[in-house]
Ligand binder design. Structure first.
Ligand code: ATP
Ligand code: MG
Length: 251
C-alpha cells in the first residue's frame, strides 16, 4: 500500500473537561476524496484544526507523506507542508474585497507596491477557471451572500494548488446548483491527483463524491468504509450510535 498523504494516529484532544477527540485515526491517500462525517460536536472541526496547527493535540501524531509534522507549528506554515484549508467559519476578511481575499498570503507586488491590476486579473482568472460568476472582484466580501463567500473561500484554497486540501462543510451555505458546482471542483481536484479531506453533513454529496467515509462519534473513529462498500443507512446508524462501532476501530 502507498504511504498515506495524510495520516493521523492516536490523536487525543481535550478542552478543559470536554474530550473532543480520543485516539482518532485517519489515513487519506493520493487521489482520494475522504469524507469525515459525524454529528454536531463529534470532533470533526477539531481534527481539521489539529492538522492545520490551530490546535495542538494532547497526544498522537500527524504525518504528511510519512513525515511527522512538528508538534508546534504555526497555521501560517501550512502551505510549506503542502496543505490548504477551508475552515467551517471561512476566515475571510470581510472588509477587504474579493481579489484581496483571494491573494492573502501572496499579494503580488510591483516596484515594492501592491500590484492591484495583477491581483484583479489573477482573481478573475482563478474564478473563471472555477466557473464562478462574480461581476466585480473589487466587491467587499462582507457584501456577499453566505453561499458566495463559501465559493470564494474554496477558490482561495484551490488556488494555492497544494497536494492536500481540507474542506470543513464546503456546501453548508450553498444552494443545489452551487453544491453541484463544488462537487465538480472536488471531482476535478481528485482527477488531478490531489487528496481531499472533506467534512460534510450532506450525505448525498458525500456518497456522490467520496471514495471513503470515516465516521466520528463522540470524538472516536467508529468506522471507515469505502463508499462502494456501505450504504446511507449504515452511515446514519454509525453516526447516531444505532449501529455498533467496528471491532478495533475504537482504540
Ligand atoms: N476552542 C474550544 N474550546 C472549548 N471547547 C471546544 C473548542 N472547540 C471545540 N470544542 C468542543 O469540542 C467538541 C467537538 O467540537 P467540534 O467543533 O470539533 O465538533 P464538530 O464535529 O466540528 O461539530 P459541527 O458538526 O457542529 O461543526 C464539542 O463538544 C465542542 O464544544
Ligand atoms: Mg465543525
Amino acid at each position: 500500500m502507498n504511504v498515506p498523504v495524510l495520516n493521523l494516529r492516536g490523536i487525543t484532544k481535550s478542552f478543559g473537561s470536554v474530550s473532543a477527540l480520543e485516539s482518532f485515526n485517519l489515513a487519506a491517500y493520493e487521489g482520494e476524496v475522504h469524507a469525515l462525517v459525524g454529528d454536531n460536536g463529534a470532533g470533526k472541526s477539531t481534527a481539521i484544526k489539529i492538522i492545520t496547527g490551530l490546535h495542538q493535540a494532547d497526544e498522537g501524531v500527524v504525518e504528511v507523506l510519512g513525515s511527522p509534522l512538528p508538534h508546534r507549528r504555526s497555521p501560517a506554515s501550512l502551505s510549506e507542508h503542502g496543505i490548504s484549508v477551508v475552515y467551517q467559519d471561512l476566515a475571510l476578511v470581510e472588509c477587504l474585497d474579493i481579489a484581496t481575499n483571494l491573494s492573502l498570503g501572496g499579494l503580488p507586488r510591483r516596484f515594492g507596491m501592491l500590484d492591484r491590476r495583477r491581483m484583479h486579473k489573477d482573481a478573475q482568472t482563478v474564478l473563471g477557471d472555477l466557473k464562478v460568476r462574480v461581476t466585480d472582484v473589487s466587491t467587499a466580501v462582507g457584501l456577499l451572500s453566505g453561499g458566495q463567500r463559501q465559493i470564494i473561500a474554496i477558490a482561495r484554497a484551490v488556488r494555492l494548488n497544494k497536494p492536500l486540501l481540507l474542506l470543513d462543510e464546503p456546501t453548508a451555505a450553498l444552494g443545489v446548483q452551487e453544491t453541484a458546482h463544488v462537487g465538480e471542483i472536488v471531482d476535478q481536484l481528485k482527477a488531478d491527483g490531489k487528496t481531499i479531506v472533506c467534512i460534510s453533513h450532506d450525505l448525498e454529496f458525500v456518497f456522490q463524491h467520496a471514495d471513503r467515509i470515516s465516521v466520528l462519534r463522540l470524538g472516536r473513529t467508529v468506522a471507515s468504509r469505502r463508499t462502494e462498500d456501505t450504504t446511507r443507512a449504515e452511515i446514519v446508524g454509525l453516526i447516531t450510535g444505532a449501529i455498533r462501532p467496528d471491532e478495533g476501530a475504537v482504540a
